[in-house]
Design a protein around this ligand. Sequence first.
Ligand SMILES: Cc1cc2nc3c(=O)[nH]c(=O)nc-3n(C[C@H](O)[C@H](O)[C@H](O)COP(=O)(O)O)c2cc1C
Length: 312
Amino acid sequence: MQIYLAPLQGLTDRVFRASFYENIGHFDKTFSPFIRVQNENFYRPTQCNDILATHNLFQQPVPQFLGNDAASFQKFEELCIENGYNEVNINMGCPYPMVTGKKMGAGLLAHPDLISKLLEGIFSGTKLRVSVKCRLGMENTNDFPEIIAILNQFPLEEVIIHPRIGKQQYKGEADMKAFAQFAPSVNHSVCYNGDILTPEDVNRLVQLSPQTDKIMIGRGILRNPFLLSEIRGEKLTREEKVKMLRNFHLSMIENCGKKYSGDQHFLRHMVELWEYQSLAFEDGHKIFKAVKKCKTQSQYGEIIFAAINNYQ
Ligand SMILES: Cc1cc2nc3c(=O)[nH]c(=O)nc-3n(C[C@H](O)[C@H](O)[C@H](O)COP(=O)(O)O)c2cc1C
């Protein structure tokens, strides 16, 4: 089973990916959070920093494009080629209204004609391998068979399916049964994504969809950094886990300290991470409350390293 790290905007950035790679484990692939390109302009130019070659010396991610026209994709492709990439991913899953309202992300799924035009434009000139990450639809799954038929017309590297619809955002459960129903009609290599929190979830998926050989995990890794080794059947002692967690967070602190200016900015980022990370701890609720109250980086360090020393 190949295991990919999901792109999580604001969370699985280059600092997280490097710290994880160096201290906890290696994913078969990682993906950058989306880089939005609109009217041939980078919507937030700082998003491009995440994929700069000099920032990704450990393991290159697959850069992700969020947009809906081929000219904008070309702009993105130039950036990727300049930085030595040969594979990229197209976001057809972002559910936020500010994105879907512009017919981007999951919003594209309500417009199969636009998907067709986008992919025709891309494949008429791209030098890159291109994959797609999508949901089952925007409002419902009615258009998904048509979307699969479109995806089947192009030489995609792979298709990553998150079996929710855009309208759900992250509510309800990822629908493994619907994935099992649709995946066989995709002529490309398919990767499953959504709500993998334990090795048992992987077993359930494989029972429902026996041909699955790739999964992508996002929040499950933030909640349990050892999920990757658990799925791979690797046994770690408590001491090993504590050491890995300590080194991971030391690296996060050191590198986020450089990336974010000032304690407030730094702490805001850490609160986002600990909303998930605290769930790895027995008294996670208390730890998250304490992290939210921190006023300085050194206070933050004291709280989290005390928690990590008591990790069970
Ligand atoms: C905070 C947050 C940010 C996300 N950012 C992105 C993104 O930049 N690109 C993307 O394709 N998906 C993004 N996603 C969706 C995840 O990649 C993934 O599809 C989703 O969380 C389901 O997988 P999981 O249950 O393993 O987390 C984001 C999800 C969350 C919760």
